[in-house]
Design a protein around this ligand. Structure first.
Ligand code: BDR
Ligand code: CA
Length: 312
């Protein structure tokens, strides 16, 4: 069983990642930090609360994350991809309002769960804040997994940058420059984690879980958005889900270790940079990030279907 503290900004692929984590028999979610990113913090929080309610798991601590980035710029949200309220056409019922615990709760949670793995699938602002507030934070965490970056492939929010790193490049650069034991899952991998309507229908047919009852509506919205972005695409990439899937199945892809820098301003803002020349690994031994570059697509799809149809 893996104890996971999840930093998230749901968002459609975040929401499906939360479903995956809730349904995974080997994942124990020790807390969810909801912050701004795809949508604002308040709506992200209500969406997490809705998913926890559907899953009948309201005892999972819901912790308030960041409202904006370290750059001082106001966040840009993405309703065209994630829907006005972050769940495609859906809105959490008015009766559900996420009640947030104070950010400091995460420090108590990790004291109580010494082998916690942190997974950040949103902007890295809240994670950077945890590192700033507690100078020993990383020593208490077993591993860090981050969805972010793009190497030798175009960005998704600008020609160079992936959305999470672009949303708060100062935080991402700080986090990656600082942490020793961090694994990143960039667009090189996540763009290939394409789930189709057929996969979703297959899952719907096999599950009576209330969480899965909303899966097709939220996925359809996201798929339509991706059809606009990438004409001819036959599904939509679940960036945040594949991050968890690789954490649970590290052999689903190959990684290399390099020191990563994130550009913090200008036209390159949010661009992830690493020296991939032969021998550079030897020269830069400290703060090396594991960067996944490949994905066993069929293994991912099989895992996704298996976990999403798990009835416990
Ligand atoms: C990442 O950005 C967000 O829009 C998605 O939820 C994902 O975490 C992909 O670049
Ligand atoms: Ca996300």
């Amino acid at each position: 069983m893996k104890n996971i503290l999840l930093f998230t900004d749901p968002g459609i692929d975040d929401s499906i990642a939360i479903m995956y984590a809730l349904l995974h028999p080997e994942i124990n979610i020790v807390g969810i930090v909801s912050g701004y990113g795809n949508i604002d913090k308040e709506q992200a929080t209500n969406n997490v609360a809705y998913l926890l309610d559907l899953a009948n798991q309201t005892s999972i601590p819901l912790i308030g994350g960041a409202t904006r980035s370290c750059t001082g710029k106001y966040p840009i949200y993405y309703p065209e991809i994630h829907g006005k309220d972050g769940l495609g056409p859906l809105q959490p019922p008015d009766t559900i309002k996420g009640k947030l615990l104070n950010f400091s709760e995460i420090f108590k949670i990790i004291e109580n769960h010494p082998d916690t793995i942190v997974v950040d699938v949103g902007r890295n602002t809240s994670l950077a804040t945890a590192l700033i507030l507690d100078e020993n934070f990383e020593k208490k965490i077993k591993e860090f997994y981050i969805m972010g970056g793009a190497y030798f492939v175009p960005g998704n929010v600008t020609k160079l940058a992936e959305a999470n790193f672009h949303g708060d490049p100062v935080a991402s650069n700080f986090v990656l420059g600082y942490l020793e034991n961090v694994t990143t899952i960039p667009l090189n991998v996540t763009n290939n984690a394409v789930i189709t309507t057929e996969h979703i229908q297959m899952i719907k047919k096999q599950s009576n879980n209330p969480l899965i009852s909303i899966l097709d509506d939220v996925f359809d919205f996201y798929f339509k958005a991706y059809q606009e972005l990438v004409p001819g695409i036959n599904g939509a990439p679940l960036h945040d889900v594949v991050t968890l899937s690789i954490l649970m199945n590290p052999d689903f892809g190959n990684f290399i270790k390099r020191k990563v820098k994130v550009q913090t301003c200008g036209e390159e803002k949010g661009q992830s940079l690493a020296d991939f020349r032969v021998g550079s690994e030897q020269k830069e031994k400290n703060q090396q990030t594991k960067i996944y570059l490949t994905l066993d697509y069929q293994a991912f799809v099989n895992d996704f279907i298996k976990i999403m149809t798990n009835e416990g």
